[in-house]
Design a protein around this ligand. Structure first.
Ligand SMILES: [Zn+2]
Length: 605
């Protein structure tokens, strides 16, 4: 391992899990542990807890579990080495740079350096003669010089390898440039620039680092309209929010989520410095969590065409359980002077994105629609209403059926009443009748959920099995006892003295056996026996499973007695396994008989 184990021990001694998690999650004590809303899935009632005594966290909602290091790896999306660095920084320690860790850290640092250098190159090129076409394009988008500077916009030359040559001259190797996604190798091993003849937008993460680029094609060129850096170790599209590095400092009390990067820029320029966008991908749970860390309210403002409306509904689905308030800003359809909605060649209303809208009507008009944007429930009901013909009986019934489902899904009874009344009024029935339908629907849903749970409870063994197939237990009875032994050892390492010769080969589960031995070796050499100390030696899945094991209740008052009981079970099961193996293999059985004969001087056979 690259980082010395003594360092990890010292780091864990100085990084209490409650402090580490408390950095990201508000925790409240309840029944001997600390509870909070899980940062890994969206929820409003806490099912995530931290047990200081065992130095682990576990979520009963999504099943995520682990120690201090795995928590930081997971929440910051870091490798083991990088998570250790983050924790060390907070604990005022410096990670000794050795071997591989240095190499890995070095690789990422080189990629980030190359990105910064490329951003400088593109920005400089924009001012040069070769940048004229991109400058022209920027003018047509009416972006001011100050905006160009704030966002670090640049121009990629209309040539094959200008950036490649520039960065190679700076000492970057070909491999580094390929790893950074800035350069592509052709079939013959020659290199050329990934981005050519494009407007370049550096993508800067919340910590202010250029992680990669997005780019827009110039008018008249061929190729993809938008092109991003491919996923690299520094650039993960599904977790990046464009503009958040600036928007996180806004004085406004919400964030506006738009579809396009250029929309972000033009809205910032118009004074809406709270605007962000995903990187041309649909909103993910990771995005939602990242946003929730920076705002209390999110306003979705996607394009007002069919695609935009579908994306809005999908995003509302992702945001269903978020802690943020969610509103939807639907831009009005463009009209002519007489107020008629303008149509395209398919007789659909013309699309209008936030950039168009701001240019046509100005910031004050946008402010107005922003203030008037609908809450997500109103938006969903409005959308439902326009899908059905409410003058027709069948249309009304269909609308009511859908509206009942939508309203029944609302958690708060007050919201159910308010939106129930609105839906009822729209369909011309009484609010009372509607709310009865809703409650009936909720009851039947509850019954279904209970039945599902009962079915699950009836098959406890599948419940107790590790989630990952390769970790599955072969011998459930023994495995439960083996889990108990590990739990006791983490709670009270002194018990290792009472465990006699118990060793890896007695365990039916290779994973539990391996962990037992690792912890025992640590105990014997006076090192930390926290589960988190093994983070570097276990896969994240193994860590997740083991923290769940350690989290289960254990009778501490009678820990010695419990240990002996566990060991007795493990022994019995081991003998059983041996007998079965012997029965299946006559040669093995004969050998075993011979061994016994020797041991007991032949008296027993
Ligand atoms: Zn969770």
């Amino acid at each position: 391992m690259a980082i010395p184990e003594q360092f990890i021990d010292e780091l864990l001694a100085r990084s209490d899990i409650a402090d580490v998690v408390g950095h990201y999650v508000r925790l409240t004590p309840k029944g001997g542990s600390l509870w909070g809303c899980c940062p890994f899935h969206n929820e409003k009632t806490p099912s995530f807890h931290v047990v200081s005594e065992r130095q682990i966290f576990k979520c009963f909602g999504c099943g995520k579990a682990g120690g201090a290091i795995s928590f930081v790896m997971e929440i910051e999306n870091l490798s083991f080495v990088d998570a250790v660095k983050v924790l060390a920084g907070r604990a005022g320690m410096t990670v000794p740079e050795t071997g591989i860790s240095q190499e890995e850290g070095h690789k990422k640092a080189r990629i980030l350096d190359a990105n910064r250098e490329a951003a400088r190159f593109y920005h400089g090129y924009l001012q040069s003669e070769g940048g004229a076409r991109v400058r022209e394009y920027i003018e047509t988008r009416r972006l001011a010089p100050k905006t160009v500077k704030t966002f670090g916009l640049g121009a990629a030359p209309a040539a094959w390898d200008e950036l490649t040559r520039h960065l190679t001259a700076q000492g970057y190797t070909k491999l580094e440039l390929i790893d950074a996604g800035l350069v592509v190798a052709n079939k013959n091993g020659g290199l050329y620039d990934k981005f050519r003849a494009r407007l370049m937008l550096p993508v800067i993460d919340v910590s202010g680092v250029v992680t990669g680029f997005t780019s827009r094609i110039l008018p008249g060129e061929e190729g993809a309209k938008y092109l991003n850096t491919p996923d690299t170790i520094a650039f993960k599209k599904g977790r990046l929010i464009y503009g958040l590095n600036l928007a996180k400092n806004t004085k406004r009390d919400n964030l506006i989520l738009v579809e396009g990067n250029i929309d972000v820029i033009s809205l910032h320029q118009a004074g809406f410095d709270n605007t962000v966008a995903t990187m041309g991908t649909a909103l993910t749970e990771d995005h939602a969590r990242l946003l929730a860390r920076h705002t209390k309210e999110l306003v979705i403002c996607y394009d007002n065409d069919g695609a935009g409306m579908r994306s809005t509904e999908r995003a509302l689905g992702i945001l269903k359980n978020t802690t943020m308030g969610v509103r939807v800003l639907q831009l009005p359809n463009p009209c002519d002077a007489a107020g008629n909605i303008l149509l395209d060649e398919k007789a659909q209303p013309l699309k209008q994105d936030p950039d168009d809208f701001i240019k046509k009507f100005g910031p004050a008009a946008f402010e107005k629609v922003l203030n008037g944007s609908a809450g997500q429930n109103d938006y969903l009901l409005d959308n439902l209403r326009v899908q059905f013909d409410l003058n027709d009986e069948n249309g009304r019934l269909e609308f009511l059926r859908k509206a009942v489902e939508t309203v029944a899904a609302l958690v708060s009874p007050i919201e159910r009443e308010i939106f129930g009344n609105k839906a009822a009024a729209a369909a011309g029935i009484s609010g009372h009748a509607f709310s009865q339908e809703v409650e009936q629907y909720r009851k039947s849903q509850g019954r279904q959920a209970r039945k599902k749970q009962e079915r699950r409870d009836l098959t406890p063994t599948t419940q107790l099995q590790p989630r990952e197939r390769e970790l599955r237990y072969e011998n459930m009875r023994s495995a439960r006892a083996e889990e108990g032994v590990l739990r006791l050892m983490v709670l009270d390492p002194l018990l290792f003295r009472e465990a006699g010769s118990l060793g890896t080969e007695d365990f039916s589960s290779p994973l539990l056996g391996k962990v037992y031995t690792l912890l025992k070796e640590r105990y014997e050499s006076g090192r930390s026996t926290q589960l988190a100390a093994l983070t570097g030696q276990l896969t994240p899945q193994e860590m997740n499973h083991l923290a769940g094991v350690i989290d289960q209740p254990e009778d501490r008052a009678n820990s010695r007695r419990a240990l002996q009981d566990y060991i007795a079970i493990i022994e019995t099961e081991r003998v059983k396994r041996q007998n079965t193996a012997q029965a299946a293999d006559p040669l093995l059985a004969a050998r075993e008989r011979y061994r016994e004969k020797k041991a007991y001087g032949g008296a027993k056979v």
